[in-house]
Structures are given as C-alpha cells and as structure tokens.
Design a protein around this ligand. Sequence first.
Ligand code: SF4
Length: 259
Amino acid sequence: MSLNLSTKSKITWCPGCPNSQILVAWRQAIEELVGSGKIKLENLVACAGIGCHGKISDYLNANSFTALHGRVIPVMTGIKCANPNLIVVGMSGDGDAYSEGLEHLIHAARRNSDIKIFIHDNQLFALTTGQASAMSPKGFKGKSTPSGSIDEPFEPFSVLIAAGATFAARTAASDIAGTKKIMEAAIAHKGFSFVEIIQPCITFFDTRDYFKERVFWREGGPAENPDEAIKISRKEGEKIPLGIFYNVEKETFEEQLNA
Ligand code: SF4
C-alpha cells in the first residue's frame, strides 16, 4: 500500500535543518510499520510539543495533537489511557522536554506508560532564536547567556533509566536509516520508550562537525539491568555512543489501570 504522508504545508525549517532528516526517517518508519501490517495508520497519534521540532505535525499527514510548551507527555498519557489501542508517539525538543516539562518525563518513565517520546536535542531553545536550554554545554554563549552558561548540562539517560524507562536509545538525525530503525524499535516496544535524537541547530548552534567526529554506533545489544544501561549510554572519552541501551518488558501503566 502506498501512503501519502506529506501535507501541503510549506516547510519553514531553515534550509538544511536536520529536523528535515528526522521527518524523512519518521515518514519512512511509519511507511514500514504500516506496510508490514505492524500498525494501522488510523491508530497512530503523532503528538508534538512547542519548538522547532513541533512543526513536524504540520508536515505529517496523520492524526496529530500539538500540546502546550512542555506538556506533550501528559497529553500523550491521557490519549493512551482513553484508548489503549492507539499508538501514541510524541516529538519534543530539549527545551520542551528537559527545560519546561522534565517532571512529566520522569513520571511517565516511572509509571512505564506505553508511550514513545522522540526528543530532538539541539542543545538550545531554537525557535526563540537561541537561548540556553538544560542541554546547553557549560560556557555556551547565547541570547540569555551572553557571557557563557555557568550550568552543567542535564544528563537524561541516567535520570530516565533510573526513574524506570524500559526502552532507552540514542540516534543522530544525520543518519536517516539508523534513526528510522530506532524509531521502529521504540514503537515495537511495549512500555515507555525514550529516544534521544542528536539534531544540531545549524542557525544558532552549528554542532554538525562536532558530532560527526564523535558519534558511533555501539556494538552489542542492550544492557540487562538499569545500572549497565546507564553506563553504556555514557560518552566513551570524547566518543558518543548511538544505539539501544535498554529494552526490557514490564507491566505498563495502562495495563494496570485497565485491570
Ligand atoms: Fe532548525 Fe535551528 Fe532553524 Fe530551528 S532555528 S529550523 S532548529 S536550524
């Protein structure tokens, strides 16, 4: 079956923005999942928060919901509770998910809510033209930190795996095939899936060369326990691992709720 997942909306991301690569991977993952009969398009709800990433809803011809800033997780949990047959996938950004809505993320992981969150991490608030986010490196100079940020960046894997996330993975927008594969695995997982996508903002913080030299696909499968999963998600010296770090089965929030 041939799907038309495009819309007539004009793409307003900056030309060359890696969000476009995430969109391609996302459409390809949906085509694969629907084409192979693993999901039905009418059962997919593609949610998004606020930020450059959030425009993705305008460019995908599927059921969608755009939430308030930082509030995509409670919207997704509500949709899944109301109709557990739906496949609820959300896009968020580092500003949206880690700076504005972190408490929601932690509690969704703790509950093992059967939702899948893909975080476009460009290490700043990009839509508002370049303020420091929870992921900005120490010393980052932006509009809100002209003398350099004095904060250490947040480390999401340690917090979310410790909180109870049952699926955790990292990919890079520049690798469309790899991102598509990770998205499919995250959707196939029953429970809370957390996917971090490295997505440089080429206009306000162009880190493409930095990441190109450092990311690598980790060999071997996911860890068997949370401590090991946190360990293998971490940088190896200057190198940043990509792959699935954790993938375990556990009763979900919605299963318990409906029981
Ligand atoms: Fe992409 Fe940055 Fe432009 Fe936003 S501001 S569309 S993240 S390049």
